[in-house]
Design a protein around this ligand. Structure first.
Ligand SMILES: Nc1ncnc2c1ncn2[C@@H]1O[C@H](COP(=O)(O)OP(=O)(O)OP(=O)(O)O)[C@@H](O)[C@H]1O
Length: 272
């Protein structure tokens, strides 16, 4: 098993953010982490990336305790892309930034293979024409693609992506998700991605973890997790869930508050 998370809890000061999280992810799998604002998704990803240290519990990578791995080992095992925003303060170019992804492999200098990998990562994300531009002079979506390209250049076995499509236009949302899918299916990598877009989650993930108030509320295949009852209980919305040929589709219809339901009932009566 590539990734094993056992009974992980995390607290910010006195604020509990994760409680008793346990799950596994294998090679070739895309695991989507979904849940409302503040449910603990980013905190979980930061624990997996070893940016945060769990208060309790253990995370294993290929059977090894993540807490015991050394820096350069982590770099080859795990590639972490934080959520968009606040990362572009450095005067580096796009190509230099993506090349940083090769740091776990660099010895005396940059090899031909390093350059090939960087060039392929730039190409995958349509960044080749922007290669010499400064990062700080790009749009937020373009910057997001650069950080994804850097993680791809790192060639890690596990990719940890926090809202990888949040700032991307609809074409690149699909392209990035398809790329993630390919990395898992064709190259056997494990991808753990925090996703707010339930339709992308329902379409591209093999399994979903639905978080609610720091705990796992539901876990399993998208069809089992994205149910109207779960969405009502966790997000407080009424949603229509359909199964399209390409995956599960979720259409939020209305907030499921008592007042809303009453108003809709009255409106229906008035129309009748
Ligand atoms: N640096 C911090 N200090 C204190 N509390 C924090 C900190 N970061 C997050 N929290 C709290 O931890 C909980 C989980 O936050 P987290 O960012 O993991 O949620 P999330 O599911 O990623 O939310 P979102 O969808 O809004 O990004 C929330 O209650 C949040 O207020």
């Amino acid at each position: 098993m590539r990734l094993q998370v056992k009974d992980v809890s995390f607290t910010y000061g006195s604020v509990p953010a994760l409680e008793n999280i346990t799950f596994k992810a294998s090679g070739g799998e895309v695991l989507g982490i979904i849940g409302p604002n503040g449910s603990g998704k980013s905190t979980l990803l930061r624990c997996l990336a070893r940016v945060l240290r769990p208060r309790q519990g253990t995370i294993f990578f290929d059977g090894k305790n993540l807490a015991a791995l050394r820096g350069h080992e982590i770099g080859r095992c795990l590639g972490y892309v934080p959520p968009p925003g606040g990362q572009a303060g450095f005067p580096t170019t796009v190509v230099e930034t993506v090349l940083q992804g090769r740091r776990p492999y660099l010895t005396w200098g940059v090899s031909r293979r390093d350059l090939e990998v960087v060039s392929a990562a730039l190409g995958y994300l349509g960044l080749t024409p922007l290669a010499e531009r400064l990062l700080g002079e790009l749009s937020s979506g373009q910057q997001q693609k650069v950080f994804l390209a850097r993680a791809l250049a790192q060639e890690p076995e596990v990719l940890l992506l926090d809202e990888p499509t949040a700032t991307l236009d609809i074409r690149y949302q699909l392209e990035v998700m398809a790329l993630i899918r390919r990395l898992a299916t064709k190259e056997g990598r494990t991808v753990v991605a925090v996703l707010h877009d339930l339709n992308l989650a329902g379409r591209f993930a093999d399994r979903l973890l639905l978080l609610h108030e720091g705990r796992i509320f539901a876990a399993g295949k998208p069809a089992a997790v994205l149910t109207p009852a779960n969405l009502r209980a966790v997000y407080g919305v009424e949603a229509v869930v359909t199964e399209a040929p390409w995956g599960i589709q979720v259409t939020p219809v209305a907030p499921a508050t008592a007042a809303e339901k009453e108003a809709r009932k009255e409106a229906a009566l008035a129309r009748a």
